[in-house]
Structures are given as structure tokens and as C-alpha cells.
Unconditional design. Structure first.
Length: 237
């Protein structure tokens, strides 16, 4: 039986954003790419909380699985890897971090995310998708990323930002040493912020490696899906 791998998308994306990676893997894996609560087909799912998302993923797979997460999905993947250990065999984080360690910074981010959520609720998905695509960290993403965002609806994204945003989730810096599985931290060459974060994370994780993908930005799986698929197949142990 093909091993199972679960893919978790980023904020404003849906599970369909992983299609190019899954296509490159072919039938060698049983790939599951759910829409996280507040996104896509799960836009109306409530509550949008970390605990609920962990339950959703736990219910997808009865046994063990590999776990890959990007950005917001990477933050959530870290929580899942700790909550569902030892079911998670391997963990790949793309452009992700354990969250904000400083409580004051985290509270400021939570408030900022709350304000942005209120703005999103007043916008059409087309207007918000265009605004989000102009964010500098997302430069270089293919047109498919914009089309994927249009699968969402404003109320769902606002709920996801309030419940799963960087300011909402507790930081995990002090728990990285508990990760017993092999962990690969994948970052784009142009993503300076997350390259630095990956270098900070690596010494704290018992079995970790950092891979920098040449020419890529924040969303390596969107910009270089074949390389991400190759990293998955090569293994990270």
C-alpha cells in the first residue's frame, strides 16, 4: 500500500494548491490535501480553531502518515506533529515558523489580524485576492495561486485569520526538541525572513535539515512543485 501523505495549505489557499506537487508524485503516495477550516469547501466550518483542525486531520488518516505544511499550514503542522506523535512519520515545513515567542509582539499581531479580518469581511473575494497577491512576500507566485484564492469566501478567511493566524496560535519554540521524527525545513532562496527562521529552528530539532531552493520565494511548492516532490521522494532522514 502506498504511504499516506497529508498536505496543509497556507492562508488564502486551498488544498488544490498542492495539485502540482501531488501530480509530480504520481501514484507513489496516497495524497490527502484537505481544505482547512475557513477555506474553500470548508469555508463555513465552525469553529475555526487549532483544536478543531487537529481533530480534522486526525480523522483523515487512521494510522501513520507523512505531513507537509506551508506557511499557516506549516504552523498548524507543527502542532499536529506534537499532538499526534508518533503517528507522524516525517515532517516537512515550507516557509513556516513555530510562531511568535514574544507575548507583546504576538498580541500586537493578533490585534492587527483582527483588524484585517474586519476589512476582509467588507470586501469581495476578488478584491481581497488581488490585494493579497500584491503582498511583497508572495512575489513570483504563478497565476494559479490567484485562481486558487478565488475558491474562498471573505467570511471564512476572516474566521481563519482570527482563529489560526500568527497572533492566535501559541508559539512552539520551546517544544521543538520534542519532535522525534525527521524534519525538513524548506525555504526559498529569496525568502530571507524564513531562511533566517529555519536556521534558528534547526539546532533545536533533534533530526532536522534545511533545504534552500534556488530562485524560489516564500511559496516554494507553488514556484517549484517538481523540486518539492523530489525532496519528498528522496526522504528527509
Amino acid at each position: 500500500m502506498a504511504p499516506t501523505i497529508v498536505f496543509l495549505h497556507g492562508f488564502t489557499n486551498t488544498g488544490a494548491s498542492w495539485d502540482p506537487v501531488i501530480a509530480a508524485l504520481g501514484e507513489r503516495y496516497r495524497a490527502l490535501a484537505p481544505d482547512i477550516r475557513g477555506h474553500g469547501s470548508a469555508a463555513a466550518a465552525r469553529p475555526v480553531t487549532l483544536e478543531a483542525v487537529v481533530r480534522d486531520v486526525a480523522g483523515l488518516v487512521p494510522g501513520s502518515f507523512d505531513l507537509v505544511g506551508y506557511s499557516m499550514g506549516g504552523r498548524i503542522a507543527l502542532h499536529i506533529a506534537l499532538a499526534l506523535a508518533p503517528r507522524v512519520r516525517r515532517l516537512m515545513l515550507i516557509g513556516a515558523s513555530p510562531g511568535m515567542a514574544d507575548a507583546a509582539e504576538r498580541e500586537a499581531r493578533r490585534e492587527a489580524d483582527g483588524c484585517l479580518a474586519e476589512e476582509i469581511e467588507r470586501m469581495s473575494i476578488e478584491d481581497f485576492a488581488a490585494r493579497w497577491a500584491a503582498t511583497p512576500v508572495l512575489a513570483g507566485q504563478p497565476a494559479s495561486a490567484h485562481h486558487d484564492r478565488l475558491r474562498n469566501e471573505p467570511g471564512g478567511l476572516a474566521a481563519a485569520l482570527r482563529g489560526l493566524g500568527t497572533g492566535a496560535l501559541p508559539p512552539l519554540w520551546d517544544r521543538l526538541g520534542e519532535l522525534a521524527m525527521p524534519v525538513m525545513l524548506v525555504v526559498g532562496e529569496r525568502d530571507e525572513k524564513f531562511r533566517a527562521l529555519a536556521r534558528q529552528m534547526m539546532p533545536a530539532i533533534p533530526d532536522a535539515s534545511v533545504v534552500v531552493v534556488a530562485g524560489a520565494g516564500h511559496a516554494v511548492h507553488l514556484e517549484a512543485p517538481g523540486q518539492v516532490a523530489a525532496l519528498i521522494e528522496a526522504g528527509w532522514n
